[in-house]
Design a protein around this ligand. Structure first.
Ligand code: AMP
Ligand code: MN
Ligand code: MN
Ligand code: MN
Length: 276
């Protein structure tokens, strides 16, 4: 059986390895088909594709779009997109511009909370001048001694309700799915088990996702327990959506799961790769 890993990050967003290094690691870990899905970014896909082709593994160009839905941030992975599609490109440009503004506001918010210089500090950890994320702030705050590790920084400073959190209006669910579709890709709700929306909220989210033409749910994710694998496999059947899987790998020492470490999809779901 082919081993699919359809969600991971490189230095073009908040990962620690360059696109070609991500591919090399996936190869060494037995991945047969890899999708690189940097946040709101496609600039690593050329390098990753080249590396995948010379190593002889399958490659799926992807991205992970930031979306605001009701009062939560939701991530929508696009798989099989054309990285050169102008509509998708314009959408991603707009989201990244919002990230730049948010980063300055995060710096101000943290300064107010008694942590000066966080914006400049985060920039030291940025690995692509095109994209700044909360992860870069977290790495700086670890270096500066505000928490032991990145997870600790998020818990104390960067999640809703904490001093460094700044609300952000990302793309809408409909826009994200539309951009992915015009670029020829499939839209996947990433790590649904992470969203604090309750049972009714999850039904509304998946219902709206279906209404705008979404394609799949990420059933297997390090954010999910085995019980949630089953729960989201059931959601796939109920909503008529396909199933995807991804390690959401960000790099050594910072990830919940390594590349390729996913179990097989639960029985009875349609894999998102059925027609590939
Ligand atoms: P952003 O898109 O800039 O808001 O940053 C979101 C990223 O932060 C996610 O993609 C993860 O890589 C990281 N992240 C979010 N929550 C946590 C957490 N609790 N612990 C560690 N990393 C996190
Ligand atoms: Mn990330
Ligand atoms: Mn995500
Ligand atoms: Mn991700």
């Amino acid at each position: 059986m082919r081993r699919y890993d359809l969600h991971c990050h490189s230095t073009r967003s908040d990962g620690l390895l360059a696109p070609a290094e991500v591919v090399a690691r996936a190869v060494s870990r037995g991945v047969d088909v890899l999708a690189l899905t940097d946040h709101d970014e496609v600039s690593g896909l050329g390098e990753a594709r080249e590396a995948a082709e010379s190593a002889g593994i399958g490659f799926v160009p992807g991205t992970e779009l930031s979306v605001s839905w009701e009062d939560v941030t939701v991530h929508i992975v696009g798989l099989g997109i054309d990285p050169d599609n102008p509509s998708l490109g314009a959408g991603l440009d707009a989201i990244r511009a919002g990230r730049a503004t948010r980063a300055r506001r995060m710096g101000d918010a943290l300064a107010q909370a008694g942590i000066p210089g966080a914006y400049e500090g985060a920039l030291k950890f940025v690995t692509s001048e095109r994209l700044v994320s909360r992860t870069h702030f977290a790495r700086y705050l670890v270096e500066a001694g505000y928490a032991r590790d990145v997870k600790g920084v998020f818990r104390r400073y960067l999640v809703p309700g904490k001093p460094g959190h700044v609300a952000q209006a990302w793309a809408t669910l409909g826009q994200a799915v539309e951009w992915i579709h015009v670029a020829g890709g499939q839209a996947v709700v990433a790590h649904p088990g992470r969203y604090k929306v309750g049972a009714g909220g999850m039904r509304r989210l998946l219902g709206e996702f279906c209404d705008v033409g979404g394609d799949a749910i990420e059933v297997l994710s390090p954010a999910h327990t085995p019980a949630q694998y089953t729960e989201f496999a059931t959601k796939c059947r109920v909503f008529g959506l396909s199933a995807s899987c991804g390690s959401d790998y960000h790099g050594p020492g910072e990830s919940w799961m390594d590349l390729g470490d996913l179990p097989p999809l639960p029985a009875g779901v349609v894999p998102v790769w059925k027609d590939w």
